[in-house]
Design a protein around this ligand. Structure first.
Ligand SMILES: [Zn+2]
Length: 98
């Protein structure tokens, strides 16, 4: 086995793992913000978020600053409220409209 193919394969797997973790962080973050917006318990999701964020920033520390900014903006931008709130993709808004 050549030593030149191993790092490349490892890099590809790392990139896929990173994309998976980022996608998961994004969906858990959105669910957390939606639950928060509707006054529902969200501590479990917050714990899940901190585990995911720790896994990402520990493995790719050079991305930490950018990711942390992205996550704060994404979560803050998704917080919504009031009786007329209609956040696209929020299942709690959707069920309130029925
Ligand atoms: Zn909502």
């Amino acid at each position: 086995m050549s030593t030149t193919t191993m790092p490349r394969r490892g890099t590809k797997m790392q990139a896929r793992r990173r994309a998976e973790l980022l996608a998961l962080r994004s969906s858990v973050g959105a669910e957390w913000a939606d639950r928060m917006s509707h006054g529902m318990p969200s501590a479990k999701l917050l714990r899940e978020l901190s585990i995911l964020e720790h896994a990402l920033t520990e493995r790719w520390p050079h991305m930490s600053t950018r990711w942390l900014t992205d996550w704060i903006l994404a979560d803050a931008g998704r917080i919504h409220g009031g009786p007329e709130a209609r956040m696209p993709g929020c299942r709690y808004c959707a069920s309130a409209q029925r």
